[in-house]
Design a protein around this ligand. Structure first.
Ligand code: A2H
Length: 252
């Protein structure tokens, strides 16, 4: 990767119903997703977890909240002021992604009051927090994984997901990208005839097609920055989220 640390925005997604595996925890619980695109949070439709990755629930110093991430990310955060004692993570529970699928969440900026945790098989253990927020309008990976779940009932059943956690959630137009339109990830998926989330090469191509164009020339369609260019509002939007305690900043 590049030189120097990567800055991520950590998006806080509040767990609305404590799952069995975390029943001993009484504090508010959040999944924390690492993103490079805070301005896309208006388009969140779900949250991705890898069913086989291990996650921990750990005590933060942020208003007594408990956060869920990989152990690796929690350790990094313990050196970035998120824990009472530098370098030390107080672990309250260890679970797999599978234990946390189908959980109702509340997430910032999206028009959906409740979104759900769903499985994505391309999540990497060694990047970000292992928790990924899903914006199918602007991320080809997210769109491909969502379509896979919507098309295949057996895939939903395998993870015990109810139809209403998956089927009502369509990509939301939030950014207009010159030549790619208002649903740039869908445009790339269709143009490249992507078949599934396993279509690695085409997805890499789709990402290349969307990413820079959207990052530099995309125009916000919604929210308080509607009509403005992404590159001009990204920092302001990040600051709004952090000030509202709906996000934090994380380096790795
Ligand atoms: B992005 P980079 Cl709308 N495994 O957020 C796989 N992917 C991960 C991950 C992990 N452990 N952790 C984070 N990510 C995703 C939004 C988004 C993102 C949009 C468009 C493009 C995009 C909504 N998902 O990323 O390797 C997260 O998805 C395109 C690269 O550090 C995060 O930002 O550059 C991005 O990958 C970080 O990837």
């Amino acid at each position: 990767e590049g030189v120097g640390p990567q800055e991520y925005t950590l998006i806080k997604m509040k767990v609305l119903q404590t799952p069995k595996a975390l029943s001993s925890i009484k504090q508010p619980i959040y999944l924390v997703a690492a993103t490079l695109r805070p301005e896309t949070m208006y388009g969140q439709t779900n949250c991705w977890l890898h069913p086989d990755i291990k996650y921990i629930a750990w005590q933060t110093t942020r208003d007594n909240e408990v956060w869920i991430s990989t152990r690796r990310a929690a350790r990094n955060m313990a050196y970035q002021g998120f824990t009472a004692e530098e370098g030390n993570v107080k672990v309250l529970a260890e679970v797999t992604g599978q234990d946390l699928l189908g959980l109702p969440l509340s997430a910032p900026l999206t028009q959906h009051k409740t979104i759900y945790t769903l499985p994505m098989l391309s999540i990497k253990e060694d990047k970000g927090t292992g928790v990924v927020t899903s914006v199918p309008s602007d991320s080809p990976d997210d769109y491909a994984a969502l379509v896979d779940l919507q098309k295949k009932e057996a895939f939903r059943q395998k993870y015990g997901l109810k139809d209403e956690m998956v089927l009502p959630f369509e990509p939301i137009p939030i950014i207009d990208v010159p030549t790619l339109g208002k649903l740039s990830a869908v445009h790339a998926y269709d143009t490249l005839k992507i078949q599934s989330q396993n279509d690695k090469e085409k997805l890499a191509e789709a990402k290349e097609l969307c990413y820079l164009k959207s990052f530099y020339d995309g125009i916000m369609l919604v929210g308080e920055f509607a009509g403005r260019k992404i590159q001009d509002i990204k920092k302001d939007l990040q600051k709004r989220l952090v000030d509202a305690k709906e996000a934090d900043i994380y380096y790795e």
